[in-house]
Structure formats: C-alpha cells, structure tokens
Design a protein around this ligand. Structure first.
Ligand SMILES: [Mg+2]
Length: 365
C-alpha cells in the first residue's frame, strides 16, 4: 500500500477507540449543529451530554454576535444542555479581545449590532458607545460591527465616519447570509459590504474562517489545539477556520452544506471527519481507505465508491450511511485532486446517496 495512504489504524481517533476519546475539548458550532432555527437538531443534545459525561470540555462558538452569551446559554438550557455563560464564545467576544489587545484599556469603541457587541466590549475593559451616542468631537479608537436585526443606515453611516477618521474597524463575521425561517436574509457580511463600498477599506474579520474565534475558544477550554476538535456545518467558516489553525474538524450534515458541497470542497475547507450527526462522536470512527488494487476505489467499512471516467459516482451496495458518505467523499476528493474527471454530483449513484443522506438527517428537500 502507498505509504501516504492511511490505514484504518493510523487515524488518531480509531487508534484510541471512539472519536471523542481522542480529544480533550470540543468547539461546537450552534446554528445547524445544535439547532436549526427554532428546532433542535436530532441526536445533538444527547450526543453532547454524552461527551460532557466523558469529561470532554465543550465550548459553543458562534459567529452570530447579536445574542449575549447569557441569552445563548438560556437557549441551551431550554434544550436540556447544561448552560453556563463561560462556555459560550461569540465572535463579539473575539472582536472585543482583539480591540483590547490593540488599544489601551478604557478606550472608547463604537458598538454596532445586537446587545452582545456592547456587552463584550464592556467585559473586555473598553467603553462601548452606541451610534446614537457618537459625537464628531469625541472620536472612537475602534468600531466593532456585528449583526443586529435593528441595524440601519444611521448605524452604518457612523461606522463609515469612524473608519474615515482612522478608527480600527473590526467585523464580528462576514457571513453574507443569515438563514431564517423564511429563507436567506442579509447577514452581517452584507452590511459590512455596504460600509466597505463607501469607505474602500477592509475590516479586520475575527469570525470563522479567521482564527481569532477558534483561538479564543481553545483559550477558554484550556486545551491544546491538537487535542481540540471543531464541529460545524459550514465548510467556508467552521471547517476552513479549523484547517487554518491546524485543528481537527468534524463536519455534520443537516445544516448549511450538504454532501455534494463537502465532496467538492478544496483542501483548505476539507474536514478531518464527516458524519450525518453528532452520534458519531461516541462511535469508533471508520475511515475511508484507498483500495490497494484499484486506486480509484475507496473503501469505508462495508461501503465502497469510485468516480467513473464519465464523472459519475459508482457505489457498491452495503455499508452504513456514514460509511457510504465517507467512501463517496474520499473517492470524489481523489478524482478531483488527480484532475482526471469533471464530477457530476447528481449523476450515477450520487442522486441515490443524496436521498439516503437527506432521509438520515431528517431533511426534506
Ligand atoms: Mg452553523
């Protein structure tokens, strides 16, 4: 076998037993992983409780800066997860930490967004002022811009004035969209883009995929990055941020991205692990390995997959849904990396796998 190909026992998790046993801490995304809008994600709560009972430390890290950690904590408590403000890390806190590192204590900072933004700044020893409190004779050293449902033109104008006056501009995240019950709404990134169009300056973005939010999470956990697992449903933020920091990541289905997205991800956004849901934390992680005799074929447990010359996914019968997912994704990654085929996710067995996975995560598309 090619020495570059991992055998099943090489994986850090499979060598130690269950996936979670290989880690001391978990940085868990919320939207799309623990809840979807007003609904709890199936198996999320009991899986996280099981991790906590195995003495794994968990922090919840969210790019959403509008809610305070206490509000998020209350929500988790309602879902049956033990809530404590200290275990929730928001991108507003990462933004405040960055401003506190670069500006003197007590500095005046413009806070735009939900109440979570001003609270994080105050907790970091800074003086938060609202857009309504801004005065042209009292410049701010920094402006922190996060999502808030009530952010309007006057708020964006104050950010633009502050940036033009030389203030450090920090965005809590630049997610262009915000998933809501009625569809996709403009996210913080869309509002940041409006200001950027006006001022021709780029903000510092602390949210995922940039590393400050994950660095703060690891600091709160007190765990080594190499013994910390990031969990998320978005490849371009959750997974790319973990890859950038050298943190292992688990991608779960049922949120923003589906199996075809992960199959077509470039290496900087590819997760170390993938699963339909968080029950995989407490299972032995079966990795996909390349077939020693047919290098286009990837085997995961009882499942196997390859990509045909025509770019169609070809899967053998058998295997659990997670084994089929992992075999399929590895086969597509390999085919893409060789540049040999143009993959069509919905051709061949791809459409069958899509339906199977939708069923497994309880999604109707
Ligand atoms: Mg998410």
């Amino acid at each position: 076998m090619d020495p570059a190909v991992k055998s099943p026992v090489d994986g850090v998790a499979s060598a130690r037993g269950t996936l979670i046993e290989a880690y001391d801490g978990v940085v868990c995304d919320l939207d799309g992983v623990v809840y979807r809008g007003h609904q709890v994600v199936p198996h999320a709560v009991e899986s996280l409780l099981s991790a906590l009972s195995a003495d794994v430390l968990v922090v919840y890290a969210t790019n959403n800066a509008s809610r305070t950690p206490a509000e998020v904590s209350d929500r988790l408590t309602e879902l049956g997860l033990p809530g404590s403000g200290a275990r929730i890390v928001t991108s507003a806190q990462a933004a405040a930490r960055l401003v506190a590192q670069r500006c003197p204590a007590g500095s005046t900072v413009l806070a735009v967004g939900g109440p979570g933004v001003a609270l994080a700044l105050e907790e970091a020893g800074l003086l938060a002022v609202s857009p309504q409190q801004m005065r042209s004779d009292k410049p701010v050293v920094a402006a922190v811009q996060g999502y808030g449902a009530n952010v309007g033109w006057a708020d964006l104008a104050e950010v633009a004035y502050a940036v033009q006056a030389g203030a450090l501009w920090v965005a809590t995240n630049i997610d262009s969209t915000l998933p809501t019950d009625r569809g996709l709404a403009p996210g913080n990134g869309s509002l940041v883009a409006a200001v950027r169009t006006a001022v021709s300056v780029d903000p510092v973005n602390v949210g995922k995929p940039n590393v400050p939010l994950y660095e703060l999470s690891a600091a709160v956990l007190g765990t080594d990055v190499g013994r910390t697992l990031a969990i998320g449903d978005r490849l371009d933020t959750d997974i790319a941020g973990a890859v950038a920091l050298g943190m292992d990541s688990l991608f779960v289905l049922g949120g923003v991205h589906g199996w075809t997205d992960v199959a077509q991800a470039e290496p900087p956004a590819r997760p170390r692990y993938m699963a339909t849901d968080l029950r995989s934390l407490s299972s032995v992680y079966v990795e996909a390995v390349q077939d020693a005799e047919d290098s286009s074929r990837w085997i995961c447990g009882e499942a196997s997959a390859r990509v045909s010359r025509a770019g169609e996914l070809v899967m053998a019968q058998g295997g659990s849904v997670n084994e089929r997912l992992r075999a399929a994704v590895r086969a597509v990654w390999d085919a893409r990396d060789r540049g040999s085929v143009t993959f069509d996710a919905l051709a061949g067995d791809g459409a069958v796998l899509s339906r199977e996975l939708d069923l497994a995560v309880g999604l109707e598309r």
